[in-house]
Write a protein of this length. Structure first.
Lengths: 266, 328
C-alpha cells in the first residue's frame, strides 16, 4: 500500500511541478546575485551577501527564503489532498472497501507526507548546492562564529540544515492530515493549511503574544542558523524536533479520532 | 430433526437498522435477509435509502442503531476481515483519472493486504477481460466514457475471489448492449455460486435476473422475499370490456373480487361505441375466469371482451412505493 501510494505521489505531474517551483528558488536567487554587483552587507535575506563569495551559501539562502511560505505551500498541497482528495474523487470509499483499515490509511498517508517533505527540502538544497557550484564555485565556509570549516564539513552542515527544515515541516504535515479528514474539498483544506502556517508566523512575530510563542509550530522554523556555529548549537534542533513531535502526536490523535468513526458519504 | 430453513445462513442480515442524518431519517428499521446464492434485487425509487443502506453494509457509514452482519460477521467491526470477500460497486465508479484502468485496479487490489501480489496481474487482467475492457486497459481513466468507467468499476469488484458482490446501480450509464452484458454477467456469477446484491431503480433489470428482491420506500423496507412472493397473492386482475360497466362492477364485487382501492373503476366511459372497461384485482379466493364470464353473462352484462392480467413486478413496485417522484 505504501509503495502504491508513493508511486501515485511521484507519478503525478503536480508533484514534479511543486519540485520544479522549489528548485527555481535558488536558481532565481543565484542568477540575481550573479548579474548584480551583490547587495551591500547586511541587507536582504541573511547570508545573501555571502553567496557571491561562496556558492554553498546559496543552498542556505534558498532554504531560508522558502521556509516561511513556499515550503509550507507545497506541504499544504500534498497534506490537504491526502484524505480530502480521495474523498472528493470517490476513491476513498473504494480504498476503505478494498479494505484498508482506517488507521492504516492515515499512517500510510502521513508516511507519504513525510516522504514528500524530505524530497522537497532535498530538491531545494540540492538545487542550491548545484547552482551555487556552477555560478560561484565553493570555498571552505566561514561560520557565524567566525570559524572556517572545510568543504566536507560544510556539506555536512548543509545536510544538517536540510534535515532541520524537513523536520520543521512534519508538524504542519500532521495538522494538514487532520484538516484533510474534516472535508471533502481538497482545495479548501490546502488553503486552510497555508493560512494556518502564515498566521502562526504572524502570531510568532507579535511580542504581545509572547506567551503563545513556545507553542507555535512555526516557532523554530528559522532556528537552523544555530547549525552554522562552531561548535554546533543543538538546542534549537532538539527543541524543534520535540515541538514537531508534539504536533504530530496531537494532530495524529485528532485525525484518528475523527477519521476512525467518520461516515464516508462521498 | 428439522432441516434448517434455506436462509439459516444469510449472507447479509440486518436487524432494525436505522440511520439518521441530523433530522432526516434516511433508513428506518430495516430488517434485510439475503440468502446465500441469491441474486438479490434491492429496489426503490431514488432517495429511498438504498445507497445509505449499502454504505452501512460495507462499513463506510455506521448505523445510528441496529445491527448488521455480513458473511456471518458483525459490521462495521469486522470490516477488515469481511470485505476482502466482498466485491463492491458503491454509488458509481470512482478512479484516479491520471492512472490507466489497469493501474487503478492494481492499486485497489494492492490496498487489500490479504490479496496475493503474485496473482494480482493475472486476476486484474482476467477481470478486465470479463467486462470487455482488455483493449482499453492501458488507457488513462480520464479518457474513459461513463459506460467504460462503470465496466471498470464492475471489474474492480471482480478482481479477487469473492463470496458476495454488492453492486449499486451497476447499469447506470450503460447503453442497452452494456446493460444486457451486465445482466448476463450477474447471471453467470450467480451460477458460479456467488451471492449478488444488486440495487436498482429499474425494475426490468431486477425482474430478469433476480431470485429475490426487497423494496425500499422512504427509508423503510416495504417488502422482501422471492420474486413470486413479491408479486403476491393478488397476482392479477380481470379486465372486462362492456357497455354496461355498472352492472359488471356489481357482478364482480358479488363474486368477491377483492375491492382494493380503485380496483373497480370505469375508464374511457365516453368511448365512441360506448364501451367501458372494468378492472378488478383478483384475490386468493377469486373464482376461475370462466366462472366470472359465466356469471357476467348470466346477469345480462353484454361482455365485449374479457381478459386476465398478471401483476407485473412494476405494478407491485408502484403500489408499494407510490407513483410520485417526490424524493424524500
Amino acid at each position: 500500500m505504501l509503495a502504491s501510494e508513493l508511486r501515485l505521489l511521484f507519478r503525478r505531474r503536480r508533484t514534479w511541478a511543486l519540485f520544479a517551483a522549489l528548485a527555481a528558488v535558488p536558481v532565481l536567487i543565484g542568477v540575481a546575485v550573479r548579474v548584480s554587483t551583490g547587495p551591500p552587507r547586511g541587507r536582504g535575506p541573511a547570508f545573501l551577501d555571502q553567496v557571491a563569495g561562496n556558492g554553498l551559501f546559496l543552498a542556505v539562502v534558498g532554504l531560508l527564503v522558502s521556509v516561511p511560505l513556499f515550503l509550507p505551500l507545497t506541504v499544504a498541497v500534498v497534506a490537504g489532498d491526502s484524505i480530502a482528495g480521495e474523498a472528493s474523487q470517490g476513491t476513498l470509499r473504494y480504498l476503505l472497501t478494498a479494505p484498508v483499515p482506517r488507521a492504516g490509511l492515515l499512517l500510510v498517508k502521513y508516511a507519504v507526507i513525510v516522504v514528500f517533505c524530505a524530497a522537497a527540502v532535498l530538491v531545494l538544497a540540492a538545487a542550491g548546492v548545484l547552482v551555487g557550484l556552477v555560478l560561484f564555485g565553493v570555498q571552505p565556509a566561514v561560520l557565524l562564529s567566525g570559524d572556517t570549516v572545510g568543504l566536507g564539513e560544510s556539506y555536512a552542515r548543509i545536510a544538517l540544515i536540510t534535515a532541520y527544515v524537513g523536520v520543521s515541516l512534519l508538524g504542519l504535515g500532521a495538522i494538514g492530515l487532520f484538516l484533510s479528514t474534516l472535508s471533502d474539498v481538497p482545495v479548501g483544506v490546502m488553503a486552510a493549511i497555508a493560512v494556518l502556517a502564515v498566521a502562526a508566523q504572524i502570531a510568532g512575530s507579535l511580542p504581545q503574544l509572547e506567551w503563545l510563542h513556545p507553542w507555535l509550530f512555526t516557532e523554530h522554523w528559522t532556528g537552523f542558523v544555530d547549525l552554522l556555529r562552531q561548535p554546533v548549537l543543538w538546542d534549537s534542533f532538539v527543541d524543534n524536533a520535540l515541538l514537531q513531535a508534539g504536533y504530530v502526536a496531537v494532530s495524529g490523535a485528532l485525525a484518528y479520532g475523527r477519521f476512525a468513526t467518520k461516515d464516508v458519504l462521498s | 430433526m428439522t432441516s434448517p430453513p434455506p436462509d439459516a445462513d444469510p449472507v447479509i442480515l440486518t436487524h432494525r437498522l436505522n440511520k439518521r442524518f441530523g433530522k432526516r431519517q434516511a433508513v428506518h428499521e430495516v430488517d434485510l435477509s439475503v440468502p446465500r446464492g441469491a441474486v438479490f434485487g434491492f429496489l426503490g425509487p431514488n432517495g429511498s435509502g438504498k445507497t445509505t443502506t449499502i454504505r452501512m453494509l460495507l462499513g463506510l457509514a455506521a448505523p445510528t442503531s441496529g445491527s448488521i452482519s455480513v458473511l456471518g460477521q458483525p459490521m462495521p467491526q469486522a470490516a477488515v476481515r469481511v470485505l476482502p470477500h466482498v466485491g463492491a460497486l458503491v454509488e458509481g465508479p470512482a478512479f484516479y483519472p491520471y492512472l490507466s484502468g489497469r493501474a487503478n485496479l492494481v492499486r485497489f487490489d494492492a490496498a487489500d493486504r490479504t490479496s496475493n501480489p503474485r496473482t494480482r496481474g493475472r486476476r486484474v487482467d482476467a477481470a478486465l477481460e470479463r467486462v470487455g475492457l482488455s483493449r482499453a486497459a492501458r488507457l488513462a481513466v480520464h479518457a474513459y466514457s461513463l459506460g467504460m468507467k462503470q465496466r471498470l468499476g464492475i471489474a474492480n469488484a471482480l478482481a479477487a475471489e469473492r463470496e458476495l458482490l454488492v453492486l449499486d446501480e451497476p447499469t447506470n450509464g450503460l447503453d442497452p448492449q452494456g446493460t444486457r452484458e451486465v445482466r448476463h454477467l450477474v447471471a453467470s456469477l450467480a451460477g458460479a455460486g456467488l451471492t449478488v446484491f444488486v440495487s436498482s431503480h429499474l425494475l426490468s433489470e431486477v425482474e430478469q435476473v433476480c431470485t429475490h428482491a426487497a423494496v425500499m420506500s422512504n427509508g423503510s423496507l416495504v417488502a422482501q422475499g422471492t420474486l413470486d412472493e413479491l408479486r403476491g397473492p393478488a397476482a392479477g386482475r380481470v379486465v372486462v370490456h362492456t357497455r354496461d360497466t355498472e352492472a359488471a362492477g356489481r357482478v364482480l364485487s358479488r363474486l368477491g373480487l377483492s375491492p382494493v382501492p380503485d380496483g373497480v373503476r370505469t375508464a374511457s366511459a365516453g368511448a365512441a361505441d360506448g364501451t367501458g372497461t372494468v378492472r378488478a384485482a383478483t384475490g386468493p379466493r377469486t373464482p376461475p375466469p370462466e366462472e366470472i364470464v359465466a356469471a357476467l353473462v348470466a346477469s345480462g352484462v353484454g361482455v365485449r371482451g374479457f381478459g386476465v392480467e398478471g401483476t407485473s413486478l412494476e405494478e407491485r413496485f408502484v403500489q408499494l412505493t407510490g407513483e410520485g417522484f417526490d424524493i424524500a
